[in-house]
Write a protein that binds this ligand. Structure first.
Ligand SMILES: [Zn+2]
Length: 338
């Protein structure tokens, strides 16, 4: 399947998601309160549910399909789309919920683990579907749009008592069968959507996520938040002069990759503000030499013009979202111990 990188995710001024931001902030001990840690658990469950869903779509979807992930669009109001799938015959909008325990819907009221909740995911996906239909109506009257609510949680039981016919509702063990239905329907239908045109059209309505995460200022990041950490197990690394920095877990990260990854993490925490070499050198724990850090950053980051001191562009994203932007001469490797 073809992932569509939208105009905003290409825009280097883009901001990280709340999950990406808080994950790094927690690891760096910038977030420590129990309240925020509990809140992060919910954010993390949501993000992991979306990743899990995207993986199943990737494994079983057809190669000619395209998809957009985590975007905000504007009809007359802004609305969020977890996952938009464009096949040759239909546009699907998926809302993914990673809940735990029993979710119940009766007489228009949602209950989670026996307690009434004011939040209504059925209405949320229904509204998003109506908005998306509105946008696409101006593009073409012939394009069907289908809203789908996915309960991806492994330990989630879903009981829908009301008769719902305006959206599809599926559980995690039904996703595969749902994809097979889409494939079957696509074969039966005569409609043929020009995916590239349609996605370009949709991009015009993309807006920045209105719920911005407030970045840290460089002065918030003090010595206790600095250092180099393993990509695999998050343990603190001992820096050597070797080409590969080895962790006790067996993971060996290409030195340059480690510096760039650390700079990207700093960029996530301070998104919206460009950085200087000293910021990254400090954030990396001041242990690789300043000259080495400078050399690596100059090789991989754009220089911001017309600045009094050497300033580099902050991409505001973790390295794994920027794989098209960076290339490294050597891969990371896992030491296989007998
Ligand atoms: Zn490790």
């Amino acid at each position: 399947m073809k992932k569509i990188i939208t105009s905003f995710s290409r825009n280097t001024a883009s901001q990280p998601t709340e999950y990406e931001f808080q994950k790094i902030a927690i690891h760096r001990k910038l977030i420590t309160s129990q309240n925020e840690l509990n809140q992060f658990k919910r954010i993390e469950a949501g993000a992991l549910g979306e990743i899990q869903f995207a993986q199943v779509m990737n494994d079983f979807g057809l190669p000619q399909w395209s998809y957009l992930q985590n975007i905000w669009l504007k009809d007359h109001a802004t609305f969020e789309c977890d996952y938009i799938l464009v096949t040759n015959h239909c546009v699907y909008i998926f809302e993914i919920k990673n809940y735990f325990g029993v979710f119940e819907y009766q007489n228009g009221q949602c209950k989670s683990r026996g307690v009434d909740i004011s939040y209504n995911p059925l209405n949320q996906i229904h509204n998003a579907t109506v908005h998306l239909k509105n946008l696409l109506r101006n593009y073409s009257y012939n394009i069907p749009v289908k809203g789908v609510l996915v309960f991806i949680g492994e330990h989630n039981k879903v009981l829908i008592h009301d008769d719902i016919n305006y959206i599809d509702i599926i559980s995690s063990n039904e996703v595969y069968a749902y994809i097979q239905c889409i494939i079957h329907e696509e074969r039966m239908r005569q409609v043929s959507i020009n995916t590239d045109y349609l996605l370009k059209y949709l991009e015009e309505f993309e807006v920045v996520n209105p719920y911005t995460v407030t970045p840290y200022s460089p002065s918030d990041i003090t010595k206790q938040h600095t250092g180099l950490y393993c990509k695999m197990c998050a343990e603190k690394l001992r820096v050597t002069r070797n080409l590969y920095i080895e962790c006790s877990c067996g993971f060996q990260e290409y030195r340059e990759h480690l510096i760039v990854r650390t700079a990207c993490d700093y960029g996530v925490l301070t998104h919206g503000t460009n950085f200087v070499v000293r910021d990254i050198w400090h954030f990396a724990g001041s242990s690789p030499s300043h000259d080495y850090v400078k050399k690596v950053l100059l090789k991989h980051f754009n220089i911001v013009q017309n600045e009094r001191i050497l300033t580099l562009e902050n991409y505001g994203q973790p390295l794994y979202n920027l794989t098209n932007h960076f290339s490294f001469e050597k891969p990371n490797r896992m030491l296989i111990t007998p």
